[in-house]
Design a protein. Structure first.
Length: 394
């Protein structure tokens, strides 16, 4: 299925009031051996740390049990039985929505007490045929879950969200009963119809921001929206380091020239090689937008040119620390992060020539650092951001 289109999965969140911890938890996982993608959104009771603990436990169990192909009723029953009981309310409570995208193209959605998932197909709201199931186990007798199954088409979108979205604006003159599911669905449909190529990230961001606006810019509940988009992959090339042999400079130039997508060059020597091969001139910038890094340069045909190992090291650090609310600046590393976030398939070309000025002849430190940073960056992009990453040495 993934050969037909790329699956973009991303979430956007705002915390309740001044809380530093969100009571909603979103987890996503790619099971590469099975070519599956799993996304889960859980909303814990209340706010802050206790809600986050409940939601984290629920989301983690949801992912693990879904990986094991357990039946939806079994997953729901085990989760409800496992959650700790609140000492004040004498009940355990955490909602969840699970989206399981399987290798054969079948999508399974399981919901318990979250607002109903919105699906958009052909720029219109799509009803996959929801099924209501009542649990009959001793502890959870009478509780209802919703399920559906369908096969995605290119340009399909799936939106899952907490009730902080649908209940936003509650008590205001405009939305006395809250924004509501129907008005949210109409808003999402309008956004997609107006901008058919709108990214999953932008769609989720716009929905969360509108809910924030409905609450007069002070969220009355934890507010989360996760967006899944089936589309053509957006490709990005990152080239760093000169080739081991000078004869391979032409191969590097050719790889960069022929790449169909956005292009980033990290490193002055690498940039010089490519500029000569493309017969273009590099223009240096004097705009120091990040005190830790040299400014970017400009090269025709290349989307971004930066310094090498220092910049990639900072990119890796930001990727590790990154959360949905992370405030990116306009420095070289931040700009790389923005381009990475907007891309799906990322190819990294690592030149293996040793920089004699920066290493002991017996220990190619510069090369090893370059390789190590690239591997760490690749792992973070794959595991945390669900990107498809390939590394090529030249």
């Amino acid at each position: 299925m993934n050969s037909d289109f790329y699956i973009e999965v991303i979430s956007e969140q705002r915390n309740y009031g001044e809380e530093r911890i969100c009571g909603d938890v979103f987890l996503s996982r790619k099971i590469r051996e099975e070519n599956r993608t799993i996304a889960v959104l859980s909303d814990g009771m209340g706010h802050g740390v206790k809600a986050n603990v409940l939601a984290t436990l629920t989301a983690t169990m949801s992912v693990n049990f879904t990986i094991e192909h357990k039946h939806p009723e079994t997953i729901a029953d085990i989760i409800m039985n496992t959650l700790p009981v609140c000492s004040e309310r004498h009940m355990s409570y955490s909602t969840f929505t699970i989206v399981d995208i399987e290798a054969d193209g079948k999508i399974n959605i399981l919901e318990y007490d979250n607002p109903q998932t919105i699906i958009i197909r052909n720029l219109r709201l799509f009803d996959p045929g929801w099924q209501q199931t009542v649990l009959h186990t001793a502890k959870n007798e009478g509780k209802e879950i919703r399920t559906c199954q369908f096969k995605p088409l290119k340009e399909d979108r799936i939106l899952i969200f907490s009730d902080g979205i649908t209940q936003s604006g509650l008590g205001t003159e405009k939305f006395p009963l809250g924004w509501g599911h129907d008005q949210l669905a109409s808003y999402a449909e309008k956004l997609v119809r107006n901008t058919p190529s709108l990214s999953a990230a932008k769609l989720a961001e716009k929905i969360v921001n509108m809910a924030y606006r409905n609450d007069n810019y002070s969220s009355k509940d934890d507010t989360s929206c996760a967006s899944i988009y089936f589309r053509e992959p957006r490709k990005l090339l990152i080239s760093t380091g000169p080739p081991y042999e000078k004869e391979n400079d032409k191969k590097l130039v050719s790889a960069v020239k022929e790449f169909k997508g956005k292009k980033i060059i990290c490193g002055a020597t690498t940039a010089d090689i490519i500029a000569r091969g493309l017969d273009v001139t590099i223009e240096d910038s004097l705009e120091f937008s990040d005190p830790d890094l040299p400014p970017v340069s400009v090269m025709p045909g290349i989307d971004l040119v930066t310094e090498g190992i220092l910049t990639l090291t900072k990119v890796t650090r930001i990727l590790k620390e990154y959360t949905p609310g992370y405030d990116l600046g306009n420095g070289p590393a931040d700009r790389i992060i923005k381009m990475v976030k907007e891309s799906d398939e990322i190819e990294i070309i690592i030149g293996t020539r040793i920089n004699i000025a920066h290493q002991d002849p017996n220990l190619p430190v510069d090369l090893e650092i370059r390789r190590t940073v690239a591997k760490r960056m690749s792992r973070l992009l794959e595991e945390k951001f669900l990107k498809e990453v390939s590394i090529r040495y030249i």
